[in-house]
Design a protein around this ligand. Structure first.
Ligand SMILES: C[S@@+](CC[C@H](N)C(=O)[O-])C[C@H]1O[C@@H](n2cnc3c(N)ncnc32)[C@H](O)[C@@H]1O
Length: 271
């Protein structure tokens, strides 16, 4: 399976607008056939990140959630047909000026503004690796990305219609209002074994909380994660069906090991 096809005629491009860590566009060929037989349901993504899967599937009805308020603010402004008025150029001086202004808005409690959404888009495209990282004082501190070429989009009017039946939430995943018949695709942050990874990251007890919450859902569930031994054990113990995907585009990088990371899909309640 190599081609990525959307299930519905596209009114917007299927490619994500943002660079986002852990984007799962590459998993679409595995998720699409499952979605196709469920596409009359509402699509729910509790960890929607860069929307790579939602944009690829283009569901009619969707509930999309992420804990990152800047991301969700950007999507909510897309729903209003955002037009970006701030200057956008791939220049180091402009990048740091916009970064300072973004931080001033955040410090002033103006995360929900259109200007904040515009700056977030610019910083994501122009900053290093599309990272979204904040220091202990709450300041966005990602450095300039030094890319050769960046394409900026200024007009997003087509997203007004495309996102009309999509609801965006910005809460912890367990607090999203789901219905028994919803189709859930959950892509939590990767389980990173053997590290104390937690600043802005996901601890092991949160992986357990995710698995238990998903196991209680009555409708179809698809979960993706890194196939670490403890993730495999966790989802097996909750009676999920597992499918291993070799050759994930990421590499295991600790200890100089460059072998491809292994991904696992865990399913429940699929016909
Ligand atoms: C691996 S990314 C999802 C990527 C997405 N599937 C894509 O293809 O672009 C995981 C996301 O989970 C979000 N997240 C972390 N903790 C969360 C929580 N407790 N509730 C909701 N979202 C959370 C992060 O902000 C991040 O965007």
């Amino acid at each position: 399976m190599t081609s990525v096809q959307a299930c519905q005629p596209l009114s917007i491009p299927g490619r994500p607008l943002l660079k986002w860590a852990g984007g799962k566009r590459w998993l679409l060929p595995h998720i699409q056939p499952i979605w196709r037989v469920n596409q009359n349901r509402r699509y729910v993504e509790p960890f929607c990140g860069g929307l790579a899967v939602a944009l690829g599937l283009q569901p009619e009805q969707a509930l999309l959630n992420d804990i990152n308020p800047h991301l969700i603010n950007f999507y909510r402004w897309l729903q209003k047909g955002l037009r970006v008025d701030v200057p956008m150029e791939n220049r180091v001086d402009l990048f740091y000026r916009h970064r300072d202004r973004f931080n001033a808005l955040v410090a002033g409690g103006k995360t929900g503004t259109r200007e904040s959404a515009e700056l977030f888009y610019y910083l994501n495209r122009t900053g290093y690796n599309g990272l979204c990282r904040f220091n202990s004082s709450g300041c966005f501190n990602v450095p300039f990305g030094s890319y050769t070429n960046i394409t900026y989009k200024r007009y997003f009017s087509e997203y007004r219609a495309a996102f009309a039946n999509w609801t965006f939430k910005n809460v912890d995943f367990e607090r999203i209002p789901i219905n028994d018949s919803d189709f859930i695709y959950a892509d939590p942050p990767y389980d990173v074994e053997f590290t104390q990874y937690s600043k802005g990251g996901f601890r092991w007890d949160e992986q357990e909380r995710t698995a238990e919450w998903l196991s209680k859902h009555h409708g179809p569930v698809v979960l993706s994660n890194q196939a670490t031994p403890r993730i495999v054990k966790l989802y097996r113990s909750l009676k999920f069906t597992l499918r291993f995907i070799p050759n994930a585009p990421r590499r295991i990088s600790c200890n100089g090991d460059r072998s491809p990371a292994k991904e696992v899909l865990a399913f429940r309640n699929l016909k």
